[in-house]
Design a protein around this ligand. Structure first.
Ligand code: DAK
Length: 258
């Protein structure tokens, strides 16, 4: 299946979606969001694929929602049409692990979309920002919420009130990104990280993803209780026996995703 605004490729068990609207620095127009949703649906349904990667170009992951689509909208139109809503949360609803691979600009909706992924790997030229205040509005796809949970109130306020950009090094220090990698060979490195996850047991990875996600939605006591239940649930998987027996027998595990 081919799309106008995204490219899709498979590297073994890794499905890579590339945002591909280079002339507009991958500005997230409605048709791109639609294509992205369709590509995600297809890769989620593809049993060969265990892990997803969302990447842009060297210059831009995405420079935000498409300002030219928004600039003339009135409140009444935006409200009546439920403007810029359909499909926007799709990335955060993936069952399979999804890694944001950010090189260049990740601004506004681009930064928000990266934060919807399970974690962010940044190239050393990455720049993150929520510059909406500089164009007379505020973040609308979770920027004030996810950024605050990831980097804390002080830095989130700084980013959302000044609209400044932070570079990859600052983003790693702040906990927004998990690792910074050189731009040269960035995509290959990201695919290797994704492949290392894809080599593990899929149901166990799903448990781990769900458990970490619950940390942002619940109290510590409830979260730890849920984690305990999920830990016990992993004992229902054949792969738990395979993993532990392989360790004891000093061999590599052969997971069967069961
Ligand atoms: N929208 C549309 N076009 C964009 C764009 C954007 N966000 N960003 C860049 N472009 C276009 C430029 O207009 C230019 O097009 P042409 O003039 O060549 O036709 C082309 O991309 C190259 O951009 P520049 O010439 O500006 O390139 P520079 O290297 O000089 O500057 C830049 C790069 C990234 C610093 C600059 O382009 C820039 O500041 N871009 C805008 C960044 C921004 O303000 N982003 C936030 C947008 S507001 C919601 C979901 C999402 C959102 C809200 C609600 N819901 C679910 C409710 C999100 C809102 C936003 O993201």
């Amino acid at each position: 299946m081919s799309y106008e605004n995204v490219l899709v490729e498979k590297h073994g068990e890794v499905g890579v979606i590339t945002l591909n609207r280079p002339k507009a620095l991958n500005a997230l127009c409605a048709s791109l969001i639609q294509d992205l949703g369709a590509a995600l649906e297809a890769l989620e349904a593809d049993d060969e694929v265990g892990v997803l990667v969302l990447i842009g170009s060297d210059k831009a992951f995405a420079a935000g929602a498409d300002i030219k689509e928004m600039k003339d909208k009135t409140f009444v139109e935006a409200y009546r049409e439920n403007f810029i809503t359909d499909g926007w949360e799709r990335v955060s609803q993936c069952n399979k692990p999804i890694i944001a691979a950010v090189s260049g600009y990740a601004l506004g909706g681009g930064c928000e979309m990266a934060m919807m992924c399970d974690f962010i790997l940044a190239a050393d030229n990455a720049k993150f920002g929520q510059p909406e205040v500089t164009i007379g509005t505020i973040p609308g796809a979770g920027g004030t919420q996810r950024l605050t949970r990831l980097v804390g109130k002080s830095k989130a306020m700084d980013m959302c009130l000044t609209g400044r950009m932070m570079d990859a090094e600052e983003a790693e220090r702040a906990g927004l990104v998990s690792r910074v990698l050189p731009l040269e060979g960035f995509k290959d490195e990201v695919i290797q990280v994704a492949q290392s996850i894809a080599a593990l047991s899929r149901p166990v990875i799903r448990l781990a993803k769900d458990a970490v996600d619950s940390a942002l939605e619940t109290t510590l006591t409830e979260g730890v209780r849920l984690e305990r239940k999920m830990f016990h649930a992993s004992f229902a998987f054949e792969d738990k026996f395979e993993g532990m027996n392989a360790f004891a027998e000093k061999r590599k595990p052969a997971f069967k995703n069961r």
